[in-house]
Design a protein around this ligand. Sequence first.
Ligand code: NAP
Length: 312
Amino acid sequence: MRNVIIIGSGPAGLTAAIYAARANLNPLVFAGMERGGQITLTDDLENFPGFPDGIGGLDMYQLFEKQANRFGSEIIYDVVTEVDLTGDVKIVKTADKEYQAKSVIIATGSTPKRLGIPGEEKLIGRGVSYCATCDGFFFKDKKVVVVGGGNSALDEGLFLTRFAKKVTIIHRRDRLRADAILQERAKKNEKIEFLWDTVVEKINGEDAVKTLTLKNVKTDKTSEFAVDGIFIFIGHYPNVDLVKGQIKLDENNYIITDRYTKTNIKGVFACGDVQDPIYRQAITSAGTGCQSAMEVEKYVAELEGTAYPGKK
Ligand code: NAP
């Protein structure tokens, strides 16, 4: 019986592991299919405090992992296939083994939705991005496209105007989904232009994005559009397949947590992007990972009757 099993190895999961290990809880971490999560999609992380010269997403993941190992976390490079979180003893299964724990931290992250078009996968990190905060800086005085018509597209599009000389927001309809206030700000911004009723069919370029093949959905006319970068904000999927039906989710499928990262199930905590539709940053994920581990420490101490009075 483990004190805590952590599912996920992004900044949230590994920060939870560091804190839990330093609290002598001997955490067991399942790294999952995409070790390190979304940070590993980023070439250069420049906004994580402590790295004034920036750090590659993959390098950062390796440092997180090293630090978690240093304090005795056990990391298993396997995928959790099934969980039963409802009882006092939490069951976590992989394809060939079953594990038991007193508590579980869900840190499975979220996945940016992809357009699923030719060129997209190949050019990720070379002009195709899903995070303006992470990559906007690399597009100083360049031309970029933002795909989407929701709050993220407009929020991030506005952010990109700090760097890019032109931001073209391409939306598949002629009406935005985003809040009125963001629409107003975007429409007033001289660097932003809109291309309505348009979809991106193809991203072209060998080592970097060069052009997009666009199609007007009303006229069926296709055209080539020269750009340096394309930012895709068509929503995220929180990775909740494992816990669906057990943990309460909001209307967008994010895990509902309180301010202590507690879910509706006793002994089950969630941190990082799987419970955060708003900030979705490495630093905020790490912050909630720390919270989850500190809450687990208290939860386990209470179970064992070793909690000290007054500790909230
Ligand atoms: P969203 O609201 O679901 O919007 C996604 C946008 O992408 C929609 O405009 C949609 O078009 C478009 N889209 C979806 N699939 C597409 C495809 N295959 N090809 C082209 N376009 C596609 O997602 P979001 O903007 O990421 O926001 C998610 C949640 O976070 C929302 O609740 C949002 O309010 C919240 N959020 C809030 C803020 C803020 O308050 N500042 C900032 C960011 C996010 P259609 O409109 O045609 O469906």
